[in-house]
Design a protein around this ligand. Structure first.
Ligand code: NAG
Length: 291
C-alpha cells in the first residue's frame, strides 16, 4: 500500500516537470518566431550612437557635456572626444595640468633650436622651409614629471612607454607653421630603431588667440560641421581642424589597425596669427625605441 502511494506521487511529479519543460520549449519557439518576423527586437545601443563620419553629432555631444559640468581642481574635467575615424584622431581634454605645461616650456626654453626635418637618405636633420618653428628634445624618463606624463601617454595610447621617442617641445611664433606632412617614414634608415611610427600624441602647452590649428586636409567627413568652424583661420578651414588649447592632447594614428600606413593622417600646423604656440610631441613606434 505504502509503496503504491509513493510511486503515484513520483509519477505526478515527473508529469508536471514534463509540462513545465514543454511550455518552456514552446515559449522559446514563440519568441524566436516573433524575433524572426521582426515583431520583437533585441535592444541595441548602435541605434543612437553617431555614424562614423557624422562629425556634427559627435562634437555637439561633447559641447553639451563640457557645459554641464564644472571645472575641477588640478587638471580640470577630463574627457575624450572622437574627432575623426579617417584618420583615427582623438582629443583628450585637460591631459596636462597648467603646471606641467609651464614646466615643459621652462625646461625647453634655454635649448630651443631652429627646427629641422629628418633627411630620409642620411637620417640626419636638415634645415627646412616647410617647418619654421624652433624646438628641442627632452630625454625619455629624464625626471619624475616627465615620467608621469609618459606613463599617462602610454595609458592613453595603449602603447608601452619604451616605444616612445623623447618628448619634443616646439615653439611657433607669429607666421610660423609646419606644412602638410606624414609622421611615418618612407625610408629604411629611420625605422632601424623602433620600427615605424604608429601614433602621435600632440600636446598643446599654450592657448593661442588665432591660427596655429592642427589641420588634417585628407580627413574624411564634413569639415565645416565642427562647432568651432567659425573660429578657424583660413588655413584651418582646409581640412578637419583641432584648435590648440592649453593642456589638451591630440592623439592620431599614422597606421591603420591592419598595420598599413594611413595616408589620411596627413597633417599640418597652421601659421600662428596672434599669440605664441607651444606644443609637445610624442611619437610612438611599433617596437621598442632604444634611447
Ligand atoms: C556640412 O555641414 C554644414 C554645417 O552643418 C552644412 O551646412 C552643410 O550642408 C554640410 N555639407 C554637406 C555636403 O553635407
Amino acid at each position: 500500500m505504502v509503496k503504491q502511494r509513493n510511486s503515484r506521487v513520483a509519477s505526478r511529479k515527473s508529469s508536471s516537470s514534463t509540462l513545465v519543460f514543454t511550455m518552456l520549449i514552446m515559449f522559446t519557439f514563440v519568441i524566436l518566431i516573433l524575433l524572426g518576423f521582426g515583431i520583437l527586437s533585441i535592444p541595441s545601443s548602435s541605434n543612437d550612437s553617431p555614424k562614423a563620419h557624422d562629425l556634427n553629432s559627435i562634437a555637439r555631444k561633447t559641447i553639451e557635456r563640457s557645459e554641464e559640468e564644472e571645472e575641477e581642481e588640478g587638471r580640470g574635467e577630463q574627457w575624450v572626444e572622437v574627432i575623426s575615424w579617417e584618420p583615427r584622431a582623438f582629443v583628450y581634454h585637460n591631459f596636462l595640468s597648467k603646471e606641467e605645461c609651464e614646466y615643459l616650456i621652462n625646461l625647453a626654453k634655454p635649448h630651443m633650436q631652429k627646427s629641422t626635418v629628418v633627411d630620409s637618405e642620411t637620417g640626419k636633420s636638415t634645415d627646412s622651409r616647410v617647418r619654421t618653428s624652433s624646438g628641442t628634445f627632452l630625454q625619455r624618463g629624464r625626471d619624475k614629471i616627465i615620467r608621469d606624463i609618459e606613463k599617462r601617454i602610454a595609458d592613453f595610447t595603449f602603447i608601452p612607454v619604451e616605444h616612445g621617442e623623447g618628448l619634443q617641445i616646439l615653439h611657433y611664433e607669429v607666421g610660423q607653421k609646419y606644412e602638410p606632412h606624414f609622421d611615418y617614414f618612407m625610408d629604411e634608415f629611420n625605422t632601424r630603431n623602433g620600427g615605424q611610427r604608429i601614433a602621435t600624441v600632440l600636446m598643446y602647452l599654450s592657448d593661442i588667440e588665432e591660427g596655429g590649428e592642427t589641420v588634417f586636409p585628407a580627413a574624411k567627413g564634413n569639415f565645416s560641421a565642427v562647432p568651432w568652424w567659425d573660429e578657424l583661420s583660413e588655413c584651418g578651414k582646409n581640412g578637419l581642424s583641432v584648435k590648440p588649447k592649453m593642456g589638451d592632447a591630440l592623439l592620431f594614428w599614422s597606421m591603420k589597425p591592419d598595420a598599413s600606413l594611413d595616408p589620411s593622417s596627413l597633417h599640418a600646423g597652421c601659421p600662428v596669427i596672434k599669440g605664441n604656440k607651444w606644443s609637445s610631441t610624442k611619437w610612438m613606434r611599433v617596437n621598442e625605441y632604444k634611447v
